[in-house]
Write a protein that binds this ligand. Sequence first.
Ligand code: ADP
Length: 451
Amino acid sequence: MFRRLSSFLLVLLAGAGIGWLASGLAGALAGVIAGAMVWFFTDLARGSRVILWLRDPQAREAPTLWGLWGEAADRSRRLLRARDQQLIESEARLQAFLAAIQASPNGVAILDRQGYIEWFNQTAAKDFGLDPQRDLGQQIGNLVRDPVFAGYYAGRDYGHEVLLAGRGSTPQRPVQLSVQLHPYGDGRLLLLSRDVTALAQAEAMRRDFVANVSHEIRTPLTVLSGFIETLQSLELDPTERERYLGLMAAQAERMQTLVQDLLTLSRLEGSPPPGFSEWIEAEELCSLCVDEGQALSALLWPEPAAPQQLRLHAVPAISLAGSSSELRSALSNLVSNAVRYTPAGGQIDITAEILSDGRVEFAVTDTGPGIAPEHLPRLSERFYRVDRSRSRESGGTGLGLAIAKHVAQRHDGELIMTSVLGQGSRFALVLPANRFRPAVAVGQGGAMRAP
Ligand code: ADP
């Protein structure tokens, strides 16, 4: 301020001096006025340069000036630079924040007070079929036409979520979305969507499972209680009584087998996969299952029915790493199925072979009725049966292949099912190369493949 005042006085003084020298006192007075005007216009010009630059600081360079205007320009430049820096930082923060919401597995859309879309992430675009170019600024009600959503949106009661059919949902491949609107700020809305197809499927599976188990248990229970009532109310002769008790025992056994299979399944689901510390010889595994199969065959197809031919082919001298009880349960389920579904006189071949890709395959091939191709993908579902009555008659629980598939997967292997209707079926349990080693190594510390 002092410099500004002194420069002003200096210019006046200079004007007065020049005026005095030119024409005395009157000249000095005119010189002061002229000096004041020069100073005023120069100052105006300097101020205008600063104002001009401040009107559009991006387009022009800041003027380099001395004095008060110079300082004003300098301070303004620094303030603008700080503000630009802040803007860059906020923009970066906003972008990072939006990128985080973009990466969210849930759909997020921001709606203004009138329900116009301000922003949405890719998941929301996928869930609601929105186009990032076309649909920004559009009314959500015009774009999401599902009647359930329309009712929910119009109802303005957003305290709960609603379930909608997702885009591309078909009866074969249903897609379910959980959608909720969350009011925030000054009447804006946050639209959140979540794909709950897997959850809904798991819930449906749980319900089906409980219904199936109840149904499976209810049937023998009804039969049993009917027999008990008969025994209590009727005077039966010993032969009749014996027959009834036999039938009751069969129903009780059926329930026992079912409970056993259910327990096996729940053990398979609830325990960690088998490691590499337990070994069982392939030969022993196959022989045990074939012996069981032969006993079952004799029971189901007693003479004079033509006996089934159960043949165990040469088994490679290898040991398998895993749970021997699980492997036995899986293979014996395959053998028992072959025995139960192949008619009397049929042939069942049990083979074990090291495949060219290094894996080992245990296969059970029968000459039974075969399975139509449309059933094959669903056979290992719990309680899925092609012929319900045939399964029940022969003591099936509908869980055998589900158990076998589980066991295969827990041993990093797979269950391969092939069949030709009217000709027979082949069920193969295939285990990876690291699940077996030469049998001689059992208990002798032989070389073991790394898991
Ligand atoms: P189940 O106890 O009913 O045999 P599984 O899970 O073992 O249950 O088998 C599922 C269904 O697959 C059976 O009900 C049967 O219809 C069919 N199936 C399984 N093995 C054979 C086979 N070897 N031949 C023909 N059908 C079979």
